[in-house]
Design a protein around this ligand. Structure first.
Ligand SMILES: C[S@@+](CC[C@H](N)C(=O)[O-])C[C@H]1O[C@@H](n2cnc3c(N)ncnc32)[C@H](O)[C@@H]1O
Length: 227
């Protein structure tokens, strides 16, 4: 990224400077430039821009207009024709089957109910092509914020809290080992579950679960995810 942080914030109103997620950077070891990539819940588009600059054909979806407008303005001024930006609800989105080479979904499943995340996950697993790669992260059971939520917010589903004054309104903290279990029919290329600083170093420790995994060729995707 050649554009300065100050101008990103001043000119486009970005809340944060562009900084690709460390998981997105790690995923470059397993994916090929030129391939199609769906960025689910792209937000302001730090990872969409990162992948587009590396030559991927990116479809970026989110339903927060203010974020998408910033990304659109940035795209207009910079040469990034390989990002297609769509405003849609990622829970009800019609994910095309066997379509994308790569699906990136970072810190999005934790902004919805557990049941919504798991239903969406079935569609995501079917939307990536056989031999395609899914990159995913969620806040987990180790996150220090979980304590505040369990004390002050209403639990509406297992490990899912409703907090009206929170930007996401709903927070789901994925359980121990659950992300790995949900992808047991995929080949796991990288997995991490633990405490780690957030990417802007605002919080020294966040509880995160990360996965990079590949859909097996010739295997039917497991659509029964009951725990
Ligand atoms: C914590 S942010 C993560 C953004 C980005 N993936 C990143 O890692 O920087 C969560 C994003 O998911 C989006 N999101 C949450 N629920 C959504 C839904 N049901 N439909 C579309 N976007 C959603 C929010 O608008 C927000 O941009």
């Amino acid at each position: 990224m050649t554009i300065s942080t100050t101008s990103l914030i001043k000119k486009y109103g970005f809340e944060y400077p562009f900084k690709p997620d460390s998981l997105a950077k790690k995923a470059l070891n397993f994916i090929k430039s030129g391939n199609s990539l769906l960025d689910i819940g792209c937000g302001e588009g730090a990872d969409s821009v990162f992948f587009a600059e590396k030559g991927f054909r990116v479809v970026a979806i989110d339903n927060t207009n203010i974020y998408l407008d910033r990304l659109r303005a940035f795209q207009r001024d910079n040469h990034l024709p390989n990002i297609s930006i769509q405003n849609c609800d990622v829970i009800s989105y019609s994910y095309p089957q066997n379509y994308y080479d790569i699906i990136n979904c970072l810190l999005v499943g934790c902004c919805m109910k557990r049941s919504e995340f798991e239903n969406m996950l079935v569609s995501i697993k079917q939307s990536v092509k056989p031999n395609g790669v899914i990159i995913m992260s969620l806040r987990n059971y180790l996150d220090p914020e979980l304590k505040d939520y369990s004390n002050s917010a209403k639990m509406i589903e297992p490990n899912t809290y409703l907090k009206k004054d929170d930007c996401c309104k709903i927070r789901y903290f994925i359980e121990k080992g659950r992300l790995k279990e949900l992808f047991k029919d995929f080949n796991i290329l990288y997995y991490f579950e633990g405490l780690t600083p957030d990417k802007y170093n605002e919080f020294p420790k966040r509880g995160d679960s990360y996965i990079i995994c590949r859909r097996k060729i010739g295997n039917k995707v497991n659509t029964n995810l009951t725990s």
